[in-house]
Design a protein around this ligand. Sequence first.
Ligand code: LLP
Length: 421
Amino acid sequence: MDHFVYRDGQLHAEDVPLAEIARAVGTPFYCYSDATLTRHFGLFGQALAGLDHLICYAVKANSNLAVLRRLGDLGAGMDVVSGGEYRRARAAGVPGERIVFSGVGKTREEMRLALEGGIRQFNVESDPELEALSEVAASMGATAPIALRLNPDVDAGTHDKIATGRREDKFGVPIARAREIYARAAALPGIAVVGADMHIGSQLTDLAPFEAAYTKLADLTRALRADGHAITRLDLGGGLGIPYSRSNEVPPLPLDYGALVKRIFAGMDVEIEIEPGRLIVGNAGVLVSQVIYDKPGEGRRFLILDAAMNDLIRPAMYGAYHDIVPLTEPDPAIAPEVFDIVGPVCESGDTFARGRPLPPLVAGDLVAFRSAGAYGAVMASEYNTRPLIPEVMVRGDQFAVIRARPTFDEMLARDTIPEWL
Ligand code: LLP
């Protein structure tokens, strides 16, 4: 459920017509609904109620400071994967004790930054990373709390590019080596073992892979405790999918996920952390765009929008489906027409949808891509020297630009032509 609904024939974000925002900020733009964000964050709280837990929002999904501030105020912790994301979480007011640091390639500089600023735990992904962290922490006279990210060799059954828990994926260490690496960690200066971690992939639409992975994690936790390690936290990662298409996809609900987590971990006397990103922000955002041309092709019709793959790369990169709807509510009595929905960028990959039935649309009409709040704005680029598009947040009847569109002067000023050229 989200708060982008037709009212008086116009698609609204909460109480604001999206067309009004389009007039104020120009197209294309991203728009987020605070009520939807809040609702989806709350679903995880309900799902894990009764368990000692912390919801560490995966900052990578949408890292706008306003989004982070709101979630931080709701009590979220943060899962960061770079020094940049760590800085964003801190700038949004989230204390270090609520930030976990994930990622396969943390640099010593990033480790130092987090140790200085405060960190809940590092999710360590390899032996060399463990050694580096020990050196950095010991040189600072600090202690780095760690969880080891374990690779359970479970196929999440999602898109190949976002499955992370198979043995051939670059993430984590094999479970078979876990006890040996924990023993090493326990002996290293500057390291304090606090837990274990997993994240098997993103946009999972089935609970079975979670169940397989978490069962392995629970078994390993018992073995590690028997070895004398204080495993007080288990980080279960993120990955719960969302419905992108209203018609066919029905991912499990957070409540079902929570029931699974409780079934496996309740009674283990352990604090549970989860790292959801997409489920919290995905359906809390839309991308609004304007039709530039309705171009006749050979046996097809191209609807050329002012948004492109540089603004929303998911269809080009993963073949991802996004619902596209007109801002003016369509008349159900009028038959849909079939379009290829494309952007202006100079490659054929800049295609959002092929053969998509839509209500009749003409140049100047506005459309919204649904479920664009996660992995939308954060993955945007300036390809074709197209400025990053603005982000807007709505609460009730108010809206605010939470990232402004840069000017071309600002964009060009970042380049330097050497004097000697
Ligand atoms: N934790 C870790 C360690 C992760 O790598 C990720 C996502 C998450 C949590 C959050 O997963 P979520 O709950 O959002 O599924 N750009 C792709 C998705 C990449 C996901 C990367 N890791 C897309 O647009 O589908």
